[in-house]
Write a protein that binds this ligand. Structure first.
Ligand SMILES: Cc1ncc(COP(=O)(O)O)c(C=O)c1O
Length: 441
């Protein structure tokens, strides 16, 4: 807890980084309570930025709709599903045979994982090292990093973890990188053998496309997908971050050849204007439910406000060709970050796609993460300096990772402004690196 506030804010380390107080938002900017106007640099939920006029109008209109729960048919939801398939999936009904809405990405993952257990009659679940899939139910179990697992960080006892409840196995994480710090990945045949061994009695394998700064190759995806088919494991593509264009295509899985059994969505699904999630079953998996009822109910899933926001988001997306826009921005980010990586000795690794990038700093390896540091972690201190330079940049809660994920509607000059603020922040990491060399030398 902090100061006079009774709000239990999310924080991973005991060391506090900053106490940012948001006043309002305008497009891709936050206006802080102290009056500063800063770029919203890492907000995967705010795909259309803040107070987008189409979203404001849609949410206002939705207040006139009936309050319908998850257990009734309501034409607005049916229409939304048709529009989703048409706009985001190019009308491909084999990819989406049935949809269940959810309140968040984490809930969607929990639903998908428990469905896979019921369908296969198996319990074990597979993810990859350094994964984040949410913080509730089975999603929390698949979130394998200690600081993201719902425990406590304390000044006197390191981490006090919440109990783990499921048999979870981890695929080795790929370590490629587009800009800096690439390491060798396992050869495909070794990955395949490892994956088959881990999956042979498992219900599902879930893989996302950005978390932990891992942007795996299409070959990684397809190898894992093939191993899943071989072992009778369902492949869940966690597109909570990447669905709707974040990395320059409608979905992350489009990079490879294989197509998922189940897709989960969240974050940008409703354009940031409402909490949202969804589980999309491929036609093949939907057919497995022909003689079944999926016994899970929640009051506000697919609420009319969420549905209206999602439909408005789809329209804006298609009208403004946001996927094409992000694909263009990819080159701006890549060139700017290559210069930054070159200029700053403290930067060890840079990877990303489209409008999602990770910058890793020299410092303790993520496996050695500590919760009981009284001082804010290095990445947070860098982010603080970047904030003074005009951008709010997120960290993953580790000591050394920063990530950039501005709204889809960000324009090139604003990307440059964001990178400039990062550049200024990184000067701090360089200074500290230099000092540590002097001290240890
Ligand atoms: C890949 C991935 N999956 C799932 C989630 C969970 O989404 P939510 O925070 O909406 O529960 C996140 C959140 O950061 C995520 O990055």
């Amino acid at each position: 807890m902090s100061g006079n506030s009774k709000l239990l804010i999310s924080d991973f380390n005991v060391g506090r980084s900053n106490e940012v107080q948001i006043g309002t938002g305008e497009g891709v900017f936050f206006v802080l309570k102290d009056g500063r106007r800063v770029i919203d640099g890492s907000n995967t939920g705010a795909s259309l930025g803040h107070r987008h006029p189409d979203m404001v109008a849609a949410v206002k209109a939705a207040a006139e709709e009936p309050v319908v729960n998850d257990g009734w048919y309501w034409p607005g939801r049916e229409a939304a599903i048709d529009e989703l398939i048409e706009t985001a999936f190019g009308g491909d009904a084999t990819l989406v045979g049935a949809v269940r809405f959810a309140l968040s990405g984490g809930e969607a993952n929990d639903l998908a994982l428990s469905l896979a257990q019921a369908l296969t009659g198996r319990a074990p679940l597979v993810t990859r090292e350094r994964a984040y899939h949410g913080i509730n139910g089975l999603a929390r179990e698949m979130t394998v990093q200690p600081h993201w697992h719902g425990g406590l960080s304390s000044t006197d006892g390191g981490v006090r973890p919440a109990a783990r409840l499921a048999d979870v196995r981890q695929l080795p994480m790929p370590r490629g990188a587009r800009i800096k710090g690439a390491e060798e990945d396992l050869p495909a045949h070794e990955l395949r053998a490892t994956a088959v061994e881990l999956m042979k009695d498992s219900a599902a394998v879930i893989v996302d496309y950005t978390q932990g700064g891992i942007y795996h190759s299409p070959e990684f995806q397809d190898t894992v997908a093939d191993a899943a088919r071989e072992t009778g494991t369902l492949w869940i593509a966690d597109e909570v971050v990447t669905g709707f264009g974040r990395t320059g295509s409608w979905f992350g899985f489009e990079g490879g050849e294989r197509r998922p059994d189940i897709i989960t969505l969240g974050k940008p699904l409703a354009g940031g204007a409402a909490p949202a999630g969804a589980v999309l079953l491929s036609q093949r998996v939907a057919e497995m439910l022909d003689h079944e009822r999926w016994q899970t109910f929640s009051t506000f899933r697919g609420h009319p406000v969420m549905i209206a926001a999602m439909r408005a988001h789809l329209k804006v997306h298609a009208r403004d060709d946001l996927v094409g826009h992000i694909r263009e921005l990819d080159a701006v980010f890549a060139a700017g970050l290559a210069e930054i990586a070159e200029r700053h000795p403290s930067v060890t690794r840079v990877d990303g796609r489209g409008a999602h990038w990770t910058v890793e700093l020299e410092g303790p390896d993520w496996r050695g993460w500590r919760a009981d540091v009284a001082e804010a972690p290095l990445a947070s201190r860098v982010a603080n300096r970047a904030l003074d330079a005009g951008a709010l940049i997120g960290t993953s809660g580790e000591q050394t990772s920063l990530f950039l994920a501005p709204p889809f509607i960000v324009e090139e000059p604003e990307v440059r402004q964001l990178l400039d603020a990062l550049d200024q922040g990184l000067a701090l990491a360089d200074e500290e690196l230099e000092e540590s060399k002097v001290t240890s030398g």
